[in-house]
Design a binder for this molecule. Structure first.
Ligand SMILES: NC(=O)c1ccc[n+]([C@@H]2O[C@H](COP(=O)([O-])OP(=O)(O)OC[C@H]3O[C@@H](n4cnc5c(N)ncnc54)[C@H](OP(=O)(O)O)[C@@H]3O)[C@@H](O)[C@H]2O)c1
Length: 322
């Protein structure tokens, strides 16, 4: 089978090539999924470049131990392990795995849910990571309630485009921050207010928010606390930072400061959960959320797709197709 493979770290567009690799063998509790589309995430860029360097403790010190990237998959069941009863050959599914940029991927059955009929494979492949981060941030970390004022910084990207829709569904009054070219997209997603960061710095405005979910994370904590209501929650949610430790310093600072200030400073690590994926599918079925596929690349251009997803300026989600 074919896969986009990297043997070294470097600029994603340079280090990936499509190669013939062995078809994965599935365990009893796994499903072999024929990839129809794979979502691209910031983490794929981090693994491709090997930065921040501290992440190489997991990826492999000098070169990646595992050369196929991609965690979000949508596709068709090709085979099932002997212990899998829930899925059958031909089922359309989506979920998360460890090597999605390939013709076939072995996926634990409990990482999969049925694909909603209303979504294309490309749309379905956007859901697993970005959708779960948005859902968990707003529901579990911030505890958004109807009537809350929620500001999403980086609202037009992969996580932000889901967060805007989920926050609206929770009954929040939503402000989205993006650049000029994405203002119309945010209006179409249903935001109540748009701030174009090219013209306006949201930390200097008169408005106060109960929750700030921040994928850009480019203002100081003090600047963002200035526009939080008393007791409000700031979720800094960017891995971007120095070449060695990325955002780890910022995360620690926020966590250490949080108990001593009047706001909750809550960077968090999202963990993929099947129940949450099922909840996202339910919201899709209800017509509450609609994935935004910004750009689709063929697998031969997986490196370029990963580069775009790591650029900090993706529009909606980037996906890869076979
Ligand atoms: N907590 C977790 O467990 C977790 C999990 C996954 C990812 N993450 C983090 O999430 C981040 C990526 O999020 P994503 O995938 O949604 O990113 P993305 O798809 O790259 O979107 C980023 C968005 O931010 C906007 N943006 C860029 N500069 C901005 C600025 N100065 N002010 C406001 N908006 C700005 C961009 O819009 P324009 O193009 O209009 O500038 C773009 O739409 C990464 O840093 C990653 O580490 C966290």
């Amino acid at each position: 089978m074919k896969a986009a493979v990297q043997h070294n770290y470097g600029p994603p567009a340079d280090v990936f090539a499509v190669e013939d690799v062995a078809t994965p063998t599935i365990k009893d509790d796994e499903v072999l999924v024929q990839m129809r589309a794979a979502g691209v995430n910031w983490a794929d860029n981090s693994a491709a470049t090997g930065k921040p360097y501290v992440m190489r403790l997991g990826y492999g010190l000098r070169r990646p131990r595992q050369g196929v990237r991609g965690t979000d998959i949508a596709g068709v069941v090709e085979a099932v392990g002997s212990g899998v009863e829930e899925f059958h050959v031909g089922d359309e599914v989506l979920g998360w795995c460890s090597a999605a940029f390939a013709s076939l991927a072995a996926v634990p059955a409990d990482h999969l849910v049925e694909k909603p009929a209303s979504l294309s494979f490309e749309e379905a492949a956007t859901l697993p990571m970005a959708g779960c981060v948005a859902l968990q941030a707003l529901r579990d970390v911030a505890g958004v309630e109807a009537g809350d004022k929620v500001l999403i910084n980086g609202a037009s990207g992969g996580i932000g485009s889901f967060a805007v829709q989920i926050a609206k569904a929770m009954g929040a009054e939503v402000t989205g921050v993006c650049s000029t070219r994405n203002v119309e997209l945010l209006k179409a997603l249903g935001v109540d207010h748009v701030i174009d960061y090219v013209e306006t710095d949201f930390t200097e405005g008169a408005e106060r928010y109960n929750v700030i979910l921040d994928m850009a994370d480019n203002r100081s904590i003090a600047q963002r606390r200035r526009v939080l209501e008393p007791g409000g929650t700031l979720i800094p949610n960017s891995g971007v930072g120095g070449p060695w430790f990325g955002s780890i310093g910022r995360i620690l600072r926020a966590r250490l400061m949080s108990p001593f200030v009047s706001h909750r400073l809550m960077p968090f690590l999202s963990i993929s959960k099947r129940d949450d994926l099922a909840e996202l599918v339910r919201l899709v079925d209800l017509g509450v959320i609609q994935p935004v596929v910004g750009k689709s690349y063929a697998m031969v251009d997986a490196g370029a797709a990963i580069e775009e997803a790591g650029s900090g300026h993706a529009r909606g989600k980037v996906v890869v197709t076979p």
